[in-house]
Design a protein around this ligand. Structure first.
Ligand SMILES: Cc1ncc(COP(=O)(O)O)c(C=O)c1O
Length: 384
């Protein structure tokens, strides 16, 4: 029988101050991109240390804007990891570029810097590490490799807002960094995202791409009239609303507390699950302080059938766990492009062994204890 108590793997934490901020925005003159968007972008820059921030309406559109701003197009190649949400690769295909997948370091789940050189060609325009589960990738090893062929590094930091790498904050580690502000992420704007950078050209190009490639300068309006604007390059409507940014400003004030709470829950999981022999529990790394978007339990033996039974048992017990991720090139879209299973064995083993456990800051101590009880029960029944 299914449990009446349940916990999702992730969810938002909205309080009265968030609701008041959104209500105030709704009563204001601006619903679409307006002063709250500018304020939110300033707050993201102040928090991360990235000189430029452009807010958009999803993490996917942030990636699309960042790749376009870096000039990725037909005849170019980009390198990324298969252990990510498909959007990381999809937006590059949408721009006409070719993707090369590089396998992960099985310890961290992040792209393995040692394997990137084999995938480099003179067409490589971008390398896109994903800070998987919130742990920043090895940027100090990846950036010099990118520079060998004049490529740029775009960090897909959908999981890692608030994390640090060697003391440096996410947002300052790559040529451009993209965030997702979906409700399961570190903080939320409902749907949302942002492109962070230190390069005014990337920022300008990303802003243009977010709004139809439209340009309206004093020089243009003086010449042609106040109504006039020009579409100077291709772009779309990826604008975020001031309603969402009101929520973003309010959530950002609480981000450090959210992450602290995630760390405390992780410490509790690490302690309570360390007695299990058949599973691997994620640990902190020396170079990076994770934002702990996900806490992924892995079977020591990557067996798809066993993982399925464990997953189903956890769901039965009320844990609405998830699997992150199906290797991107396993999807039919990529198979149709000629990618073959077996390409990245570590990512495939990771996929066969992983389950993302409930982890979100609003979990109470009682929720955490209950979650641990169900995890121990399921693992002991199915695997140990
Ligand atoms: C690694 C990664 N990249 C990109 C995205 C896309 O973000 P969004 O859902 O905000 O479009 C996600 C979302 O889950 C993600 O996990």
């Amino acid at each position: 029988m299914a449990s009446s108590r349940w916990l999702p793997y992730g969810r938002q934490w909205i309080d009265e101050s968030d609701i008041a901020a959104v209500a105030e925005a709704l009563a204001s003159d601006f619903l679409t991109t307006g002063p709250r968007t500018t304020q939110f972008e300033g707050a993201l820059s102040a928090y991360t240390g990235a000189p430029f921030s452009a807010a958009v309406n999803s993490g996917t559109s942030a990636l699309h804007c960042a790749y376009a701003a870096c000039g990725l197009s037909k005849d170019d190649e980009f390198i990324t990891t298969p252990l990510t949400f498909a959007a990381t690769a999809n937006v590059g295909l949408e721009l006409g570029a070719k993707v090369r997948f590089v396998d992960i370091d099985p310890l961290t789940g992040n792209i393995d810097p040692q394997l990137i050189p084999e995938a480099l060609t003179e067409r490589t325009k971008l390398i896109v590490p994903v800070d998987f589960t919130g742990r920043p990738a090895e940027y100090d090893l990846i950036t010099p490799v990118a520079r060998q062929v004049g490529a740029r590094v775009v960090s897909d930091a959908a999981h890692s807002l608030g994390a640090t790498y060697k003391g440096r904050k996410v947002g300052t580690l790559a040529d451009a960094t993209t965030l997702s502000l979906h409700p399961v992420k570190a903080m939320t704007t409902g749907e949302g995202g942002a492109i962070l950078s230190a390069d005014p050209v990337i920022d300008d190009q990303a802003r243009r791409f977010r709004s139809h490639g439209m340009v309206k300068t004093l020089e243009i309006t003086d010449r042609e009239g106040a109504w006039y604007y020009e579409i100077q390059s291709l772009g779309l409507n990826y604008r975020i609303t001031d309603i969402q940014c009101a929520l973003g400003i309010s959530q950002l004030l609480k981000l450090d507390r959210f992450i602290e709470r995630r760390r405390a829950i992780v410490a509790r999981y690490q302690e309570a699950l360390s007695t299990l022999n058949a599973v691997i529990i994620p640990r902190d790394s020396d170079n990076a302080s994770s934002g702990w978007h996900l806490f992924v339990l892995r079977l020591k033996e990557p067996k798809a059938e066993l993982r399925r039974r464990l997953f189903d048992r956890m769901v039965d017990l009320g844990l609405r766990v998830q699997v992150h991720y199906i290797p991107v090139y396993w999807h039919p879209l990529y198979q149709d492009l000629g990618f073959q299973k077996g390409l990245c064995p570590h990512a495939e083993d990771y996929y066969r062994s992983c389950i993302s456990l409930p982890l979100f800051p609003k979990m109470t101590d009682d929720d955490v204890d209950w979650s641990i009880e169900q995890i121990l029960r399921a693992v002991n029944e199915i695997v140990e």
